[in-house]
Design a protein around this ligand. Structure first.
Ligand code: 5RP
Length: 243
């Protein structure tokens, strides 16, 4: 699994802290990435100790991890359908979390994040947005006064040049994400490609989110705006929780 950003100890503290928020009987969205993986493993430990929980994976990788950790899984359509139990909380990582640049530099859970470093953001957004509570797990390397990382945009393969053109018109510079060890593009769990789109500092994440969502051929983009309830930031010595 791709690992980015800060130390593994900080990621583990964040993931394990959020895993403690899970209570008996919960349906839990299981995020993707190295920080969310710590939460999944901790939930697995708690299942071994008798916790009754069902997970809703956000990717093939998180499902594999959940199965390895003995966390029973539901598919998203089963969880959120008319007869489904719903999702009580989701725990997921982030590539960048905006602090808002205020003097106290506090993270704003109502603010915006960038996700999709693992190319799983389409399913992540479905699961994270459907949950009653969305907990983000991060290490301090993910915090930034303003969002300025590239925004991953998942596009239908046939639409990739049209989407790239629309991104340029919106002021971005798209780069097709390539597989590290293969000669070709990264292909998502949904069979699509990813354009990493550099916009510089994003002054208005809500407006950019709306613009990208309206482009034909865009399946989903990695701007998550206004859906976070809590942020668990693991540090070298502890965990900070922003609500
Ligand atoms: C995957 C994601 C991940 O949550 C994000 O890339 C953070 O990953 P990590 O915890 O490994 O730094 O959005 O699509």
């Amino acid at each position: 699994m791709k690992t980015s950003g800060g130390s593994d100890a900080a990621k583990r503290r964040a993931g394990e802290s959020a895993a403690e928020a899970v209570t008996d009987g919960d349906v839990v969205g299981l995020g993707t990435g190295s920080t969310a993986a710590h939460a999944i493993r901790r939930i697995g430990d708690r299942v071994d100790s008798g916790l009754d929980v069902r997970g809703v994976p956000t990717s093939f990788a998180s499902r594999e991890l959940a199965v390895d950790a003995s966390v029973p899984c539901l598919d998203l359509p089963e969880a959120v359908g008319p007869d489904g139990p719903g999702i009580d909380l989701a725990i997921d990582g982030a590539d960048q979390v905006a602090t808002g640049g205020e003097e106290d530099d506090a993270l704003d859970p109502g603010g915006a994040l960038i996700k999709g470093g693992g190319a799983a953001h389409a399913r992540e957004k479905l699961v994270d947005a459907a949950a009653d509570r969305f907990l983000v797990v991060a290490d301090p390397s993910k915090e930034s006064p303003r969002l300025d990382r590239s925004v991953p945009v998942e596009a239908l393969p046939a639409g990739r040049t049209a989407v790239a053109e629309a991104v340029r018109e919106a002021g971005g510079e798209p780069t097709l994400r390539r597989a590290e060890r293969k000669d070709g593009p990264v292909v998502t769990d949904n069979g699509n490609v990813v354009l990493d789109c550099a916009f510089g500092e994003i002054a208005d994440p809500t407006a950019l989110s709306t613009t990208l969502s309206a482009v034909p051929g865009v399946v989903e983009h990695g701007l998550f705006v206004g859906i976070v309830d809590e942020i668990h930031v693991g540090t070298e010595s502890g965990v900070r929780v922003e609500e």
